[in-house]
Design a binder for this molecule. Structure first.
Ligand code: FAD
Length: 495
């Protein structure tokens, strides 16, 4: 007999609900715990998962396997080429190992939920108990509603309820204890599982040797790495978060998103640790602005997951607001290429796109700027940008990405009207005042002095820009703005 914890996007030892429950079950039955991860290349393709994110997951798994082995717990990883075979293979493995109980944390995306529903039935027929539990959100989807019991689509009222819920239910932040050691006999019984090497990434999701090296340097893996980063952020920077978080040149934010996205760190752990270190313990107590604002950002992650559960059609390339379906988009490949390559002639946009190319990460302010630029200045279909982000970000996360693009293209849950259009030059002047971020990522403009950095061709740095081959702006913002307003108005009018 054995109990299985099936890993998905919860690649951690610490504070993991399903892992804890599986371990408790195994202990109560006196049987070993086996951890399992199933690589599904078709899912990676269907969900546009970035190769860098796959690499980050595999590196995390390798470390997890080593950590688990110290407690005689095997972690077995297998690639399932056809995703429709995944449920059947999971049941085969249960039979092979004599496992009667499977535990996992729920993933809320549509394909994943369907698979879990299917597995519940299939396991039942095979005499196996299948337990999918809520873990990834601090407040479970479905808990927060309007007074009439309806779903909430606006962040502020949702956030007030989220804070109240946590204040009223301190257990929501309680840590789940780590898994217990396996009986020593587990090692002989499952020797083969301990010896198995983590499979390579699917060919179409592999990095080059140079990329693998660069990303391994930039993004070390593991629960300890994530915890150290969190602890350092809380002790050194969280207090100033409300004043520094929008400045892409600094290190005002935590840069924990890659760890949160693969589940090497739980958002519950983040909020608990931040509150424990804070002199005020109740959420919404604004005497600790930095801390509360950061927790409010972590809450956005929960918020977009709740949105996904309430309106699953956002998983299907659809606008949250149906009346935004008829907007006429452009599909200009030259413009898209310029955006992707960071050659639009708008330095802040180009710096951000080059940051993503090098690091597979982009600062939040810049994500908003480049997304608004794509959807509103270039009028390109926002889904092209959403997809590009998923294909290139190490922290690519469906709910947060779709939420962020919906926000920026005004077709998501955000109640702000579509005529909020970012002016890339003003954004640049405000949030990269000295131009440090631009100079770091756009070497062609490194020698440009003063304010000309934000708009070299119109502010007297034409000679340097030209000499270094920096492109002229590919659109005129004022005209683009007019076109955007007209297109949105017409599109919404048509529905
Ligand atoms: P911090 O400011 O330190 O915030 C802490 C954590 O809170 C983050 O790690 C993240 O998990 C969460 N968080 C912060 N802001 C948001 C937000 N606006 N929405 C949801 N969660 C948030 N985040 C992703 O994790 N994956 C994505 O694929 C993603 N795509 C985005 C696309 C667009 C167009 C936009 C505007 C935002 C997107 N975000 C995404 C949200 C945000 O940009 C990143 O979470 C943040 O930049 C990560 O940096 P950090 O860890 O230093 O954040």
């Amino acid at each position: 007999d054995a109990v299985i914890h099936w890993y998905k996007t919860d690649l951690r030892l610490r504070d993991n609900k399903s892992l804890h429950l599986a371990s408790e079950k195994a202990k109560s039955k006196g049987v070993p715990l086996i951890c399992l991860y199933l690589i599904s290349p078709q899912d990676f393709r269907a969900h546009c998962t970035a190769a860098v994110r796959v690499d980050f997951m595999l590196r995390n798994l390798k470390l997890l396997k080593e950590n688990f082995a110290e407690s005689d717990i095997p972690l077995y990883v297998e690639t399932i080429e056809k995703r429709r075979n995944l449920p059947g293979r999971l049941i085969e493995l249960c039979k092979e190992w004599g496992a009667k109980h499977v535990y996992c944390n729920i993933e809320y995306e549509v394909d994943e939920l369907r698979r879990e529903a299917q597995l519940t039935r299939k396991c039942l027929n095979a005499g196996i108990s299948f337990n999918a539990v809520h873990d990834t959100c601090i407040v479970d989807p479905g808990e927060l509603t309007t007074a009439a019991g309806g779903a909430l689509s606006v962040y502020s009222p949702w956030h007030r309820k989220w804070c109240k819920y946590i204040n009223d239910h301190p257990d929501a932040l309680k840590e789940f204890p780590a898994a217990s050691r396996n009986p020593v006999t587990a090692r002989q019984k499952f020797q083969k599982l301990f010896e198995q090497a983590i499979p390579d990434a699917p060919e179409d999701k592999s990095l080059t040797a140079e990329e693998h090296e660069r990303f391994s340097q930039l993004w070390p893996v593991g629960g300890d790495e994530a915890m150290n980063r969190l602890t350092k952020f809380i002790s050194e920077r969280i207090k100033k978060y409300h004043t520094t978080r929008n400045l892409p040149a600094g290190d005002g934010t935590s840069i924990l998103s890659p760890h949160l996205a693969v589940g090497a760190l739980a958002s519950r752990t983040c909020v608990r640790e931040a509150l424990e270190a804070s002199p005020v313990k109740k959420l919404t107590d604004d005497r600790q602005q930095g801390c509360m604002m950061w927790i409010g950002e972590v809450a956005w992650r929960d918020f977009y997951r709740h949105v996904l559960c309430n309106w699953p059609f956002v998983c299907m390339n659809k606008c949250f607001k149906p009346e935004y379906t008829n907007i006429e988009w452009e599909y200009n490949q030259d413009h898209f290429k310029a955006w992707v390559e960071g050659k639009t002639g708008f330095p802040i946009v180009d710096a951000a796109m080059r940051q993503v190319k090098h690091m597979a990460y982009m600062h939040n302010r810049c994500r908003m700027v480049v997304a608004s630029f794509l959807a509103k200045d270039l009028m390109l279909d926002w889904r092209m940008g959403e997809r590009f982000f998923m294909e290139h970000l190490i922290d690519g996360d469906f709910a947060s990405n779709s939420g962020g693009w919906g926000f920026s293209a005004s077709c998501g849950v955000d109640p702000q009207p579509y005529f909020r259009i970012f002016n890339p030059l003003l954004q640049s002047e405000k949030f990269d005042e000295q131009g440090d971020y631009i100079r770091k990522w756009v070497p062609e403009l490194r020698d440009v002095k003063g304010k000309a950095i934000h708009d070299p061709y119109n502010r007297g740095a034409e000679a340097i820009a030209k000499k270094n081959g920096y492109p002229k702006p590919i659109v005129d913002h004022k005209m683009a703005r007019e076109r955007c307003l007209e297109r949105y108005k017409r599109g919404i009018g048509r529905s």
